[in-house]
Design a protein around this ligand. Structure first.
Ligand code: IPM
Ligand code: MG
Length: 357
């Protein structure tokens, strides 16, 4: 198969991990007789430096014309002082919205080889951690009005609004119920319905969907309690559905309990198979250029792209098995290092994964 991949190399340490993911994809293409054609796209800090805009329309157009987008991560201290609309992160938000990617799928799954890297007690980890956060990605407070006004008293006041309409909730709800149907048929809606109107509307819409999915065991939990339950008893979760900002926060927490945020990929999809695949971690400016960053999350994001957008499940399995084999051999980047293992850099981790393919 021939596929056009828009490639966002990203900022700071990110080009180092994207380079390893591309090597893996090229090996897969060779092994299975596919052709992957890459088009470089500037977004985030790189685009600010080049065009003074974190996502110019011509770069978004390249993504829209692709079969899918693979990216590392963007942003860094260099661009941090910029006003809201010009920030590197705004490029990512405009990309998600511009591609209509309302559904962000973030798995929290412990690799048995990495259980020692989890900060949780063995007694909790041994019960298993394997759930998915289905995060609404292009609504809520991220996309509501943001403004700072000066009151009559001279004091400044900032306002961020959090709008959700029924159709936005319904479409992400469907993704979540469908995801649960393919897994253990348990879905938990995480919200703040004791305080927020948006959460109460979420519940109303979810209750309507429940009738269409009678096999799914549906439950509800307040987000503060969920943050606690994720460290206390993570094995209770199968699929979590939640709004944009809650999903952002909980997915960082969920990744940490599995050992390292450096291991977790994510997919973002809308109504078509053209998606965006990225690690959930940041651009690691502190270790830039040192060959220390863990490339596994981005390599697994590439595997997710093959599985969900290109319908290449065998190829995706191949990559995931290669990662598992390398972990079995005890190779570890610094973020997942534990006693008795062998410390390797980003390129050597890429080499080892390639060798297993
Ligand atoms: C993420 C990131 C982004 C988000 C930032 C970079 C805007 O934290 O993908 O989780 O908040 O969505
Ligand atoms: Mg985040």
């Amino acid at each position: 198969m021939k596929k056009n991949i828009a490639l966002i190399k990203g900022d700071c340490s990110s080009p180092e991990i994207v380079a390893q993911a591309v090597r893996v994809l090229d090996k897969i293409a060779e092994k299975y007789g596919h052709e992957f054609i890459y088009t470089d796209v500037d977004m985030g800090g790189a685009a600010i430096d080049k065009y003074g805009d974190p996502l110019p329309q011509h770069e978004l157009d390249k993504c829209l014309a692709s079969d899918s987008v693979l990216m590392g991560s963007i942003g860094g201290p260099k661009w941090e002082g910029l006003p809201g609309p010009q920030r590197a992160e705004k490029g990512l938000l405009r990309l998600r919205a511009g591609m209509g990617l309302y559904s962000n799928n973030r798995p929290a799954k412990i690799w048995p080889q990495l259980s020692a890297a989890s900060p949780l007690k063995d007694s909790i980890v041994n019960k298993g951690i394997d759930f998915i956060i289905v995060r609404e990605l292009i609504g809520g407070v991220y996309f509501g009005d943001h403004k700072t006004v000066t009151l009559d008293s001279g004091e400044k006041q900032a306002i961020d609004s959090m709008p959700y309409s029924e159709h936005e909730i319904e479409r992400i709800g469907r993704v979540a119920f469908d995801t649960a149907m393919k897994r253990n048929k348990k879905l938990c809606c995480v919200d703040k319905a004791n305080v927020l109107d948006t959460s109460r509307l979420w519940r109303e819409v979810m209750h309507r969907l429940c009738e269409e999915y009678p096999e799914v065991e549906y439950s509800e939990m307040f987000v503060d309690n969920c943050a606690m339950q994720i460290c206390k008893n993570p094995s209770q979760f199968d699929v979590i559905v939640t709004e944009n900002m809650f999903g952002d926060i909980l997915s960082d927490e969920a990744s940490e309990i599995t050992g390292s945020i450096g291991m977790i990929p994510s997919s973002s999809l809308g109504d078509t198979t053209c998606g965006l695949y990225e690690p959930i971690h940041g651009s690691a400016p502190d270790i830039m250029g040192q060959d220390k960053i863990n490339p596994i999350a981005t390599i697994l994001a590439a595997a997710m792209m093959l599985r969900f957008s290109f319908d290449m499940p065998a190829e995706a399995d191949d990559i995931e098995n290669a990662v598992s084999a390398v972990l079995d051999k005890g190779l570890r980047t610094a973020d997942i290092m534990s006693e008795g293992c062998t410390l390797v850099g980003c390129i050597a981790m890429g080499d080892a994964i390639l060798a297993e393919l």
